[in-house]
Write a protein that binds this ligand. Structure first.
Ligand code: NAD
Ligand code: 89V
Length: 342
């Protein structure tokens, strides 16, 4: 199998994880990197020994002609970069959140489909090994058909220190973090026919909302609650753990603090430690997210080689992104909305 040559756009806070993960995947190498900020470009190039460095993405993609591009910039640049990749017929991975608007996201999917190139959104939280463990229990039918679910992320971790832009946007927690929890709800419970949301801003030093509570009606015929907060000061800080509760016809499942999975089924109760591994380049508490970066990127490579659509393809992720948009509109209007209509 020939080596896949990738190129990265965006050498900021999170891209370092993506670079480490690429280094660990056999048969792939990042051959060129790009950032408008020369200092960040130099720092990443030196850290990972990448000689081909560009400040302009179009120049990089035209000159290098990579097998894929990994877009690790923030949302405002996503549409232009994905459309650029599509115009050059280069498969693209794009970080979440998909784009600033639904129209942008739809245009990105249309551009890639018209060009016949794969597009995957880097929606990594469903790849976290504790979440995969939950999905395995559900799929095995151990607790029977679910009739209630909860996906919960509550923390007071200072995310603004590493990602100052999170404090500056009109939208914050649903767009940045809730998007992951909503995607997990889709992954575990299926697609959503209606959403009702409420938001609050507790931290006066940020512009957007830092608390959101959402009620989802699933097409499968039951409801789940997705709640997230960056204003929750607990005895033990849980960042970045997502907790899950599921009640089923024959039992229950709880993914609790400390990656403790408790399954109560007709045969009794078992407790498992489903902690993610600490990869050699990872550091606590981010290791859970970092492992999922390695797993989603390995998935991308498999799909690129096999021609199968990635699990979080652009088309799939339109549904998660529609939940984000519908949640904001529901919070503003106080109405229950159908996400397929936003
Ligand atoms: P950042 O601001 O630290 O880095 C973005 C970099 O992109 C900057 O260095 C900037 O100069 C560069 N850039 C922007 N537009 C460009 C363009 N057109 N051409 C070249 N360079 C350009 O941001 P970050 O915190 O690294 O976040 C990046 C993305 O990753 C965001 O969308 C964020 O939501 C996402 N993110 C995802 C996860 C996850 O777990 N999936 C975690 C953190 C961040
Ligand atoms: O995963 C993310 O998108 C990050 C964080 C975990 C801090 O919310 O921005």
């Amino acid at each position: 199998m020939s080596e896949l040559r990738g190129a990265l756009v965006g050498c900021g806070f999170f891209a370092r994880n993506q670079m480490h993960a690429w280094e660990d995947i056999p048969g792939v190498s990042i051959v060129a990197i790009c950032d408008r900020d020369e200092a960040r470009l130099a720092e990443m190039g030196d850290a990972f020994g990448i000689a081909q460095r560009f400040t302009d993405a179009a120049a990089m993609l035209r000159e290098v002609q990579p097998d894929f591009v990994d877009i690790a910039t923030t949302a405002p640049s996503h549409r232009a970069l994905v459309e650029l990749a599509a115009s050059l017929r280069i498969p693209a991975i794009c970080q979440k959140p998909f784009a600033p608007t639904m129209d942008d996201a739809r245009a990105m999917v249309a551009a890639c489909e018209a060009a016949g190139v794969p597009l995957m959104i880097h929606e990594n939280f469903r790849w976290q090994s504790p979440i995969q463990a939950v999905r395995r229990v559900l799929s095995a039918g151990e607790i029977g058909a679910p009739f209630f679910g909860r996906v919960s992320f509550r923390s007071a971790y200072d995310v603004y220190a590493g990602q100052p832009y999170l404090a500056e946007g009109e939208r914050f927690i649903i767009e940045d973090l809730g998007i992951h929890a909503l995607d997990i709800a889709r992954f575990l419970f299926g697609d959503v026919s209606a959403i009702t949301a409420r938001t609050q801003r507790v931290n006066p030093r940020i512009r957007g909302e830092d608390v959101a509570t959402m009620l989802l009606d699933h097409e499968a015929g039951f409801s789940s609650v997705v709640d997230c907060s960056y204003a929750t000061k607990l005895e033990t800080e849980r960042f970045p753990q997502t907790l899950v509760e599921i009640d089923g016809a024959h039992g229950t499942l709880r993914l609790d603090e400390g990656y403790r999975l408790t399954v109560t089924a007709p045969g009794g109760t078992r407790v498992e430690d489903v902690s993610p591994p600490l990869l050699p380049w990872a550091s606590r508490p981010w290791h859970n997210i970092q492992e999922s970066v390695a797993l989603i990127q390995a998935h991308w490579v498999e799909t690129l080689r096999s021609g199968v659509e990635p699990d979080t393809s652009g088309r799939d992720n339109l549904k998660t992104f529609a939940l984000v948009e519908a949640a904001y509109r529901s919070a503003a209007s106080r109405l229950t909305l159908d996400p397929s209509e936003v």
